[in-house]
Design a protein around this ligand. Structure first.
Ligand code: PLP
Length: 488
């Protein structure tokens, strides 16, 4: 049993965690008789009360069930599986393109979220601070300052530090993109890159096709720029519907851009198959529409799968690749970048006009870290932690949420997109959870319509703890009550 670093955890909980891991890994199977209290006492040299506490704790968490006069039996989480989200209907007529009015809704949720102290925050889409390599980045920062003590006295290149852009270009090769460092513009996170991308290719009133549901930050950009959103049905498995994109491109003349998140779409967690990416590039090129690729999360995909960016299919410069280090390396640094194909000069001009260059120091620290194998080791660790946290969160949702709940378990990333039974309002759930100091992200933030009112996005970036488990149990109880009221 692994106990190092767990000295402050009570012994019964250490043992319970050990058996939970054995059940999770499949070494103990569902339906199997669990060790008797006497066996636990002998095996671990613990008292009767500790052995009993282990069994009761595992029972309370749903890993064991007590059968009268027979002892404890293993419950495998697979037996708690939640039905999958339904696939969207791609053959239905699309909603008309709409001017976006999301600011008020988003700002109201942010303001309401600040009304109470938060104990458990499921609302963001990032990992806990301890899962990022802050100490190594601090050392890299000190090294950069020692090497260039006059850094703050010198003006930096407007498109970004060349050493950093060279490391980004080398890393882009891992996703099949062959880019010269000069083809990369360093930005203030992906959000600035998306702003420039859409400003480069649209005029107010133009239509931008977006995934539905989509990340509310993108809807906010459309609203700010006076653009209209055309929400395209998006599969929780395979991302944006190519069929629906094709239909939209044929029937709507004002579409100037399509924005997609091909890997681990926010909030769905979908991953586009390669053939869909290739087809979308072809369609956009054919209709002379810009294809904006948002690659905020691909490095968090579970398996060391061959990741292939949409940009790698680009032959005529129609794909604008936007990326970020905010979620994968350092939430405390606002570092992003873009490669804008035939709009590169225009986005460089927009960056220069709007915010000039990014600061040199964070770029050098990131270049130092990302240029070494420590970056690969960090990503490997982060992916493994997120996989475990997602799986435990999904099990808790399966155990605690009302029947009729649907959810997919994405192959990587941070959030789970959970559909509550019809009639359960995530807006009401938001308030009820907030009253218990739990923050969630309601589905209404992810569309310009009311379509996702009974959905909630749960961030799995927090290390799984009893506090997280309790908060999910409470969310489940509140949702169950609301579902029962809805049925009456
Ligand atoms: C899909 C997507 N794109 C872009 C962003 C913004 O990225 P950044 O924080 O790097 O600006 C987010 C943040 O949540 C996101 O989920």
């Amino acid at each position: 049993m692994r106990t190092s670093g767990m000295e402050s955890t009570p012994l019964y909980q250490q043992l319970a965690n050990h058996y939970r891991e054995a059940i999770e890994s499949g070494s103990l199977s569902a339906g199997e008789r669990f060790a008797s209290v006497r066996m636990l006492m002998a095996r671990h040299a613990v008292s009767l009360s500790t052995a009993l506490q282990v069994c009761r704790h595992l029972e309370a968490k749903g890993w064991l069930e007590a059968r009268p006069r027979s002892g404890y039996f293993v419950c495998h989480p697979r037996s708690l599986r939640t039905p999958q989200l339904e696939e969207p209907r791609a053959d239905q007529p699309l909603d008309a393109a709409q001017y976006v009015g999301i600011h008020a809704r988003v700002s109201a949720y942010i303001a309401r979220g600040q009304l109470a102290p938060i104990k458990v925050n499921f609302s963001g889409a990032r990992a806990a601070p301890e899962l990022y390599p802050a100490a190594a980045l601090a050392r890299a920062t000190m090294r950069a300052l020692r090497q260039q003590p006059d850094m703050f006295g010198r003006v930096a290149p407007p498109a970004g530090n060349l050493a950093f852009r060279s490391v980004l270009a080398r890393r882009a090769l891992e996703c099949g993109m062959v880019l010269a460092p000069e083809e990369i513009l360093v930005t203030q996170g992906c959000i600035e890159a998306l702003n420039f991308a859409l400003r480069a290719v649209t005029q107010p009133g133009d239509i931008v096709a977006v995934e539905s549901p989509t990340f509310y930050g993108l809807l906010q950009i459309l609203e700010t720029l006076g653009l209209r959103a055309l929400e395209i049905p998006t599969s929780p498995q395979t991302g944006i519907s190519i069929e629906a994109c094709e239909l939209a491109l044929r029937s709507e003349s004002g579409i100037k851009a399509i924005v997609v998140v091909p890997y681990l779409q926010n909030p769905l967690g979908s991953i586009m198959p390669d053939e869909n990416k290739a087809r979308l590039v072809e369609l956009c090129s054919q209709h002379q529409v810009a294809l904006v690729e948002d690659d905020t999360y691909s490095a968090l995909a579970d398996v060391a799968m061959q990741r292939r960016a949409i940009k790698s299919w680009d032959r005529d410069g129609s794909v604008i690749h936007c990326a970020s280090l905010h979620k994968i390396l350092a939430p405390g640094l606002r570092l992003g970048w873009m490669a804008a194909g035939r709009w590169q000069a225009r986005v460089e001009m927009l960056k220069y006009a709007q915010s000039r260059n990014n600061d040199t120091l964070p770029q050098l620290a990131a270049a130092d870290f990302m240029g070494s194998a420590a970056y690969d080791r960090h990503l490997q660790r982060l992916r493994a932690r997120l996989r475990e946290q997602r799986s435990r969160t999904a099990e808790a949702v399966a155990r605690y949420f009302p029947s009729g709940t649907r959810m997919n378990t994405p192959a990587g990333g941070l959030p789970l997109w959970v559909e509550l039974p019809r009639g359960v309002s995530s807006d009401a759930l938001f308030d009820a959870a907030l009253a218990e100091n739990i923050l969630i992200s309601p589905g209404l933030m992810y569309s310009n319509t009311m379509r996702y009112e009974n959905f909630v996005r749960i961030n799995c970036g927090l290390p799984y703890s009893d506090g997280v488990d309790d908060a999910l149990r409470r969310l489940g109880e509140i949702a169950t009550l609301a579902a029962k009221r809805g049925k009456r």
